[in-house]
Design a protein around this ligand. Structure first.
Ligand code: SF4
Length: 331
């Protein structure tokens, strides 16, 4: 077993400081994430080197729309999550119900596999599918090797991690898609077994050092008021109005049986968010015009998207109409 980082030994066990739950564990207890366990006075990361899902995906699937648009990324994930969202779309992985399909893997192997796939389209590794923050030690070891070989590291995360571990990982990360599941602490407490404030601090910290895009899953009646979305968008704009925000349409999943989010509501909320933000996208709504990128200065399309396919409409790296430099990261 791999010894965990960020814990203290206590008289009767250990105190984990990786995430805001700060679990106190003793006598073989496992943390709320299900993947860190106390044994004989030490804390172990049970999922180190445990790969539960692996695929090469379009970068747009993460979703990252402004980071090397049109490229592919080698995507890996494990089991375990420190939140417990009733609407989770990956709950079998998050709750560790697909243990039988896991394969052992080491960071060197990931880096070697990446080299074999080297080509103009594959830009690096995305740590995704379940919660990569709960795979911290493995992600940290792998990200260093991936960076050494000249590839990119991307995290798709719930943003529920303490700031010290985040700061130690950020120098090896290039881009993050972070969920902000609502702009209400009550929502996080009632539906996710978490709190809002640590997520906001995570986003602010990450955005200072890496490319960040945000995902907000719109669940009807629970986080879909104009006031909440307006407050969220104003908070993002205060960090940087060019941070892309993806409003994702909810479908019934896991413990949630509410009907799917109306498409008209998605359009209204994205319009509200655009009062503050330059780039607002709608996800999980095939054929929506809000999947495209428009120049914040003149409104001309800069990228068209059909599913996960992107067609850039720039002149070099600038708007073909007004010449404003695009906000895409392309090299
Ligand atoms: S990482 Fe896991 S064990 Fe550590 S505090 Fe968070 S939920 Fe608890």
């Amino acid at each position: 077993m791999h010894e965990a980082l960020f814990y203290e030994k206590k008289e009767n066990g250990v105190h984990c400081h990786l995430c805001p739950h700060h679990c106190r564990l003793q006598s073989g207890e496992t943390g709320l994430c299900g993947v860190r366990r106390e044994e004989s006075g030490r804390l172990y990361a049970l999922n180190y080197g445990v790969c539960a899902a692996m695929a090469t995906d379009p970068i747009e699937k993460k979703p990252l729309y402004h980071f090397f648009p049109g490229s592919d990324i080698f995507s890996i994930g494990t089991v375990g999550c420190n939140l417990d969202c009733g609407f989770c779309q990956n709950w079998q992985l998050a709750r560790g119900h697909r243990q039988g399909e896991n394969v052992p893997i080491v960071p060197d192997r990931i880096a070697a596999m990446l080299e074999k796939q080297k080509g103009p389209h594959n830009i690096g590794v995305a740590y995704t599918y379940s919660e990569p923050g709960m795979w911290y030690e493995f992600v940290s070891d792998t990200a260093r090797l991936v960076r050494d070989k000249g590839f990119k590291n991307v995290l798709v995360t719930n943003g529920y991690l303490n700031i010290e571990p985040l700061k130690k990982l950020l120098p090896f990360l290039d881009a993050l898609n972070i969920d902000v599941k609502a702009f209400s602490d009550e929502y996080y407490r009632q539906n996710c077994r978490g709190r809002l404030d640590p997520v906001l601090r995570y986003v602010e910290t990450a955005a200072r050092e890496a490319h960040v895009e945000l995902t907000y899953l719109v669940v009807p009646t629970l986080n879909d008021s104009r006031e909440e979305v307006r407050s969220f968008a104003a908070w993002v704009a205060a960090i940087n109005p060019s941070i892309p925000v993806h409003f994702s349409r909810y479908y019934p999943q896991h413990r949630f049986t509410l009907p799917s989010t109306p498409v008209e509501l998605m359009a209204e909320l994205s319009k509200t968010a655009r009062e503050h933000l330059h780039y607002v996208y709608i996800g999980n709504v095939p054929g929506s015009d809000s999947a495209h990128t428009y120049c914040p200065a003149c409104g001309k399309a800069q990228a068209g998207r059909d599913g996960y396919r992107t067609r850039l409409l720039l002149c070099g790296d600038s708007c073909a109409n007004c010449g404003r430099k695009s906000d895409f990261i392309m090299n």
